[in-house]
Design a protein around this ligand. Sequence first.
Ligand code: PLP
Length: 423
Amino acid sequence: MLCLTEATRSNPVTEYEERKSEKSTTAVHGELRDRRVRAHHALVTPVVQTATYTFADTADLKAFMEAKMWGVDPVMAERGEYGRYGNPTVRAVEKRLAALENGGDTLLFPTGMAAITNVLLSMLSAGSHVIFTDDCYRKTRTFCQTFLKRMDIESTQVPMGDFQALEAAIQANTRMIISESPTNPYLRVVDLKRLVTIARQHRIKTIIDATFATPFNQRPLEFGIDLVVHSATKYLSGHNDIMAGAVIGESGLIHALRQSQGMLGGILDPHAASLLERGLKTAALRVAQQNRTAQTVAECLAQHPKIERVWYPGLASHPDYDIARTQMEGYGGVVSFEIAQRADEEPLDTTSRFIDAMTIPYIAPSLGGVESLIEQPALMSYYELSTEERLAIGIKDNLVRFAIGIEDTVDILADLDQALAQI
Ligand SMILES: *Cc1c(COP(=O)(O)O)cnc(C)c1O
């Protein structure tokens, strides 16, 4: 049991975990200055379950309208008006997330996709052009290629990490570059500094979907990225029990997006916001544990004879290891790997047998929660495609995506060990 002994010996506490402690305080409290006055003196942000908000009299209404129009009284301007324009529970979580990402403001959405599509719809107009990287969330890609195309917005897909291709794809009407970092499922990491330098030369806005990283492992705004997007369904809420999305960036940009959200109508429910806030309080601890287990799992799998290749940015063998080291404080809880081929069986089937032999992780899409989840991308997100079609977009039949939860590292390693022994 090679992996087991390795795990019990090494419980690496690395430098980044010390530096991160400041973010755990923010995750638990939000901005300290915001917590002096609590609604109803309640320690926990109350769930404000209301569709609308009342005004004491006409003078009160007028004072609010003036504040909203001219921004003279920020406290007044922040009060509730109507549910689609804001909710105090949601607002509290938005502020906490902005503090975590070191951004000006946050806008929450009912799903990660709602966040992404709202950003694209709000910031792009007919005749403009967007560049996105391959190996990114499939629905984001499909949205660009179908939905945006119908609205006369062209898009170009460039290979992840290929800056020559990226520069070549830039046109006079290019308004936005959208990428993930790390990506799904190969955990490719974008050189954020380089991306920002190129984009700024051409006055192009940059968006990073940082769902896989969380603000505890990577904060793209600090590198000059314009907007960070999260599927808060994943690590930020962390319990596989809600769906939510977030966009974080400079306040003016978020304000403009908020105006669009008021029209498009997709808002986060206060109950989900409350669960998201609860999740955030333990997020730093969960992510640290997931980082630790994933690193150990990746190192162990890389030595296993039945594993052909491991994709994890914390391994020196990963193509983006050097970039990841300079811009990430931890490498995340997802490990992707390829099962070695047997002479007597299709790779698709060997891989399925391995997944079925695992006992701890559930077979399910998603990631980032306390429960480990495992999937074979060929059969989960790309089922309708043939092996050849999948290969053309880089999804191999023997690929496994293992989204590690917060179970004990030794148990996960033992589970992997026994499952690999069965194939
Ligand atoms: C899950 C996910 C999304 C979509 O988020 P939903 O909350 O499911 O809408 C977008 N990007 C990445 C990287 C994701 O993992």
